[in-house]
Design a protein around this ligand. Structure first.
Ligand SMILES: Cc1ncc(COP(=O)(O)O)c(C=O)c1O
Length: 386
């Protein structure tokens, strides 16, 4: 099986993953004017730009409410807190994602349960989740319990990886059947839709977006948003975003400082108007890679599908060891076009190794020892090169 530590062949041409300057240059005047307005008003916290952004991003995501927050990570944490997920609870998620997905579940006090991914899309596999529930969970007093740990299985957290909406219909059915909440990690998927034109964030209880600068809609620093159709949940998130205080200085809950900056909102309001065009350009690039790499790889996935916003065109190579689980194969062999290094694979391995070591009882669709060894090797290799 290909491993992460295999040196990549020297590229004939270095293609940068993303150069944000050409995106900024034509909008420089407009963005500087928007920033200038905030400076003139000196209204830096939860001002009119935040309100405008919350309304437009919620509508763009087919949701009623938007709660602007400090990052995609904080969006996930806030959603978990608002749904009162914590100690003794467990959340089913994908191991093939950025660290923040499982990291925030662990930070909330809950335990992440990793199920396998779909090798065609790299997204959490509904079949694997159902098999896990059938084999390892029981319903007791209307509550799904993980038999091995006794933990309450409270939620599903699918990730719309690389801008591709996860297969949400079966997740929704499972959630209804077992009383689970759904938090969508849509950090990479703003505007992405399924075949019925339903957009990322509109399926579950809360959708979580990241506006990290390299995302399809990127701020000038860290920012994110929770979107929802549930008015009560929206209000709870608004309160938790300001240390659980409502009215000001009265704290019925313990929250955090999860606010988005007014300056970031002002920038994002300008950029949002161009998002459709940028996502279409990403789709064209992904289609180009798909076609160009068709003969060279066993498969290219994660981009160029109708309605998907092609955040990154991931490509899967050397599909050896077909008996291994999809996550083992993908984590071993995936590389992102243009990135030139196996960042997503390394992320998946670290997530798995770190979370599983620190929190006993996680559910693993693979051999942890092999994954952890590979992650360690990759890390020490990185150190040696750096
Ligand atoms: C899948 C996924 N989840 C969560 C996050 C966290 O977002 P942020 O970097 O804005 O905290 C990211 C961003 O890198 C991501 O790609």
């Amino acid at each position: 099986m290909a491993t992460l530590t295999k040196p990549l062949p020297k590229a004939a041409m270095q293609v940068p993953l993303l150069d944000l300057k050409p995106q900024y240059q034509p909008l420089a005047g407009e963005i500087q004017e928007a920033i200038g307005k905030v400076c003139a008003s000196q209204h830096f916290i939860l001002g009119p730009a935040v309100k405008e952004l919350e309304a437009s991003v919620a509508a763009y995501s087919q949701c009623r409410f938007g709660i602007g927050v400090s990052s995609g990570t904080d969006a996930l944490l806030l959603a978990l807190m608002a749904l009162e997920i914590g100690a003794g609870d467990e959340v089913i998620t994908s191991p093939f994602t950025f660290f923040a997905t499982a990291g925030t579940i662990a930070r909330s006090g809950a335990r992440p349960l990793f199920c396998d991914i779909d090798p065609a899309t790299f997204n959490l596999s509904p079949a694997a989740v159902e098999a896990f529930i059938n084999a390892q969970c029981v319903e007791r007093g209307g509550q799904l319990r993980h038999q091995r740990t006794g933990g309450r299985v409270r939620a599903l957290m699918p990730v719309h990886l690389y801008g591709q909406v996860a297969d949400m219909a079966p997740f929704t059915r499972l959630a209804q059947r077992y009383g689970l909440r759904i938090i969508e990690d849509a950090a990479q998927a703003i505007g992405s839709a399924d075949a019925e034109q339903r957009r990322a964030c509109s399926f579950g209880d809360v959708g979580c977006l990241s506006f990290f600068p390299t995302k399809n809609l990127g701020a000038f620093g860290d920012a994110g948003m929770c979107v929802t159709n549930d008015a009560a949940l929206a209000e709870r998130m608004q309160i938790l975003r300001v240390h659980g205080g409502k009215p000001k200085y009265y704290h019925p809950f313990i929250g955090g400082n999860f606010r988005i900056d007014e300056l970031q909102a002002a920038v994002l309001n300008v950029k949002l108007r161009h998002l459709d065009d940028w996502s279409a350009a990403r789709q064209r690039n992904a289609a180009f890679y798909d076609a160009a790499l068709r003969g060279a790889r066993d498969r290219v996935s994660g981009g160029a599908r109708a309605n998907q916003v092609a955040h990154l065109p991931g490509c899967l190579e050397n599909l050896e060891d077909p008996g291994a689980s999809a996550i083992s194969r993908s984590a071993a062999a995936i590389a992102s076009v243009g990135l030139g290094d196996p960042f997503p694979a390394l992320q998946a391995k670290q997530t798995i190794a770190r979370i599983s070591r620190d929190i006993g009882g996680t559910q693993l669709p693979f051999d942890l020892a092999a994954i952890a060894k590979d992650a360690d090797e990759a890390l020490s290799n990185e150190g040696a090169q750096g």
